[in-house]
Ligand binder design. Structure first.
Ligand SMILES: [Cu+2]
Length: 122
């Protein structure tokens, strides 16, 4: 029984190493980082949803093309960006573990008005 468990463990470890070597795979930039430009207007974030791989390096460029201040908040990655009208803010961070996370503008009323989306890691 213990020998069988050992063989199983080696098999699992081998698959894990293979997956790590592949760096997630899929998407337009399988091994590199991901650059996303998000445009903010009243009351929309475009794109609202972002897809990434676990541990992937993400650079977001937040462009406020609206006439009031907007925020881009991603609590799972501890990120809160604030953009005045006409301002562009860039931030680089590491994608969290696989999951679907909320991203939104936390200026009062904006999330409810439609400024929300999902950060999808898989
Ligand atoms: Cu907003």
């Amino acid at each position: 029984m213990s020998k069988r468990n050992t063989i199983l463990w080696v098999a699992v470890a081998s698959v894990a190493m293979l997956l790590a070597a592949c760096g997630g795979g899929g998407g337009s930039a399988p091994t590199g980082g991901l650059n996303v430009t998000v445009t903010h207007t009243e009351f929309k974030m475009d794109p609202a949803d972002i897809n990434a791989a676990p541990g992937q390096t993400i650079t977001v460029t937040q462009v406020n093309k609206g006439s009031i201040q907007h925020h881009w908040v991603f609590p799972a990655a501890n990120i809160q960006l604030s953009m005045d009208p006409g301002q562009t803010v860039t931030k680089t961070f590491t994608a969290p573990a696989a999951g679907t996370y909320d991203i939104y503008c936390d200026v009062p009323g904006h999330k409810e008005a439609g400024m929300s989306g999902k950060f999808i890691v898989k």
